[in-house]
Design a protein around this ligand. Sequence first.
Ligand code: M6R
Length: 609
Amino acid sequence: MCGIVGYIGDGQAVPILLESLKMLEYRGYDSAGISVFNGSLETYKIAGRIKNLEAIIPENMQGNIGIGHTRWATHGKPETRNSHPHLSSNISVVHNGIIENYMELKERLIDLGYEFKSETDTEVIAHLLHFNMNCSGKKCLLDSLAETIKELDGSYAIAALCADEPDIIAFARKNSPLVIGIGNGSNYAASDVTAFLKHTKEVIYINNNEIGFLKPDSIEIFDLDGNSVSRDTETIEWDLEAAEKAGYEHFMLKEIHEQPTSIQNTFAGKLSELEGTVTLDELYLTPEQIKHLRRATIIACGTSWNAGILGKYLFEKLTGIHTDIETASEFRYGNPVLCGEELTIAITQSGETADTLAAVRSSKSYGCRNIAITNVVGSTITRESDSVVYTRAGPEIGVAATKTFTAQLITLYMLAIHLGRARGVISAEEAKNLIVNIKRLPGQIQKILNRKEEIRECAEQFADMKDYFFIGRYLNFPIALEGALKLKEISYIHAEGYAAGELKHGPLALLTEETPVVAIATMGHTYDKILSNIKEVKARNSTVIAVANEDDTEIEKYVDVVLRIPPSHEMTSPVLSSVVLQLLAYYTALAKDCSIDKPRNLAKSVTVE
Ligand code: M6R
């Protein structure tokens, strides 16, 4: 996945494009480039981060129209020649997505005499656009783009400039995000609103299979049949400050600290502890449909998948609905047995994860109703699902998901309580008790944050270890998986998460004095079982770091370090344990001087399969 931007207006394009690209660097950061029109097209691109690009652009480069790109390599190495924009004579193109039939198109274009300078799929778009503009008389940029996209298989958000029509930026979208920002005498196009939020909060989300163009004071959108499409503008409600670091050393630390507020936002206006009810108006399921639900399938990737495992446990306990959890990237290839009476729940913070979108499309072909749980308003998943429950965690910039994970957990609690009440599986009293405990979480997270130095000391003590294990049982099992994912992702320490009972079936062979084991040993009906697992680990001389309740005086007899959480309900304590493990990962990565917000090889939203 990559970030694209376009600017046209009365301002200088270069600083605006560079600023926008910096906001989009989280989408990919292995190379970057811009094209600006100033009498002719001037293009600068280079491998590495935006600062490398800044260094090669002439200081007083002029021009009021331009496009830019920040890349996460898919086709071709992260080298300057593979960086966007890609050029074909007087045309410049930036693209996010994957052109699946690019080899076939490339061969055809080579036969037509086009010379390729990169290994990318994007370069075929530039040449095809040039060919379509010139093959049978002269066509305008927009008509040529319409011709071009008819020949593309795959996904794309495209912005294109042509030196012969220097008063427009043409764009097109299919399965990769594209949003237009409406300024005053200036307009913007980008993969994500953060790119231009400094300049405008008025936006139009471009839908799949739409194309159009920007002029400084107008925007035109068309469907594939050339019909003009009229679209209301939407106003973004959060501001740039929310997308900046606000004094924290890293976005990840800021986002961990935002959790008392972000969780509050997730459940605001939805929970009634007096009635024992959860209001989810956005769920388009009738009481009758809810009663007849027999099975649900949760589909997600990465951290969202870990949240989904907790979702499975919650659903089975609170709603009595048989629930499966599927890795989205495997879902389509495993002959899923689904029927129209079933529910799928897609969890994706970005709403753009290609594997999750593909799995949802596949489940819809069986007639399933899909609920999307996402953080990003207007993202692709929201347009392809029957119901959308927003997690409302605010923008998350750090590649490692933190506040969006806990917001997903809260959303899953709410969904499970809502369905469980509607199906008569849990009583109002049980629901009230859970709701009271959910509402306590923001204050309890704050207490953990206030004691973060203890977690930092622990992280520093073990930062040189090469391997880590995380274990938990039942609701704490997905938290163990997430703890391990967080640590490996940002500190590059090899880490494995296990259901604690599984250790003796193989992984125990790896335990030595050099493998710290983090055991989530919070109060609940599996507490005694995890104590036994901790003893098995100690017998192998490994260090045990326990995450345990503040009032547990027993645990310290068996472990080396205890990281405490406030006493909490067994069902809601996983949220608290996950905050402890986020901080453990963060401080470990900090001690190792890692690139915390932009870990190597990763990107925030994975829009390729
Ligand atoms: O946007 P999504 O929730 O669909 O993303 C899925 C994963 O790529 C994501 O959760 C990834 O595992 C996180 N960056 C991990 O912190």
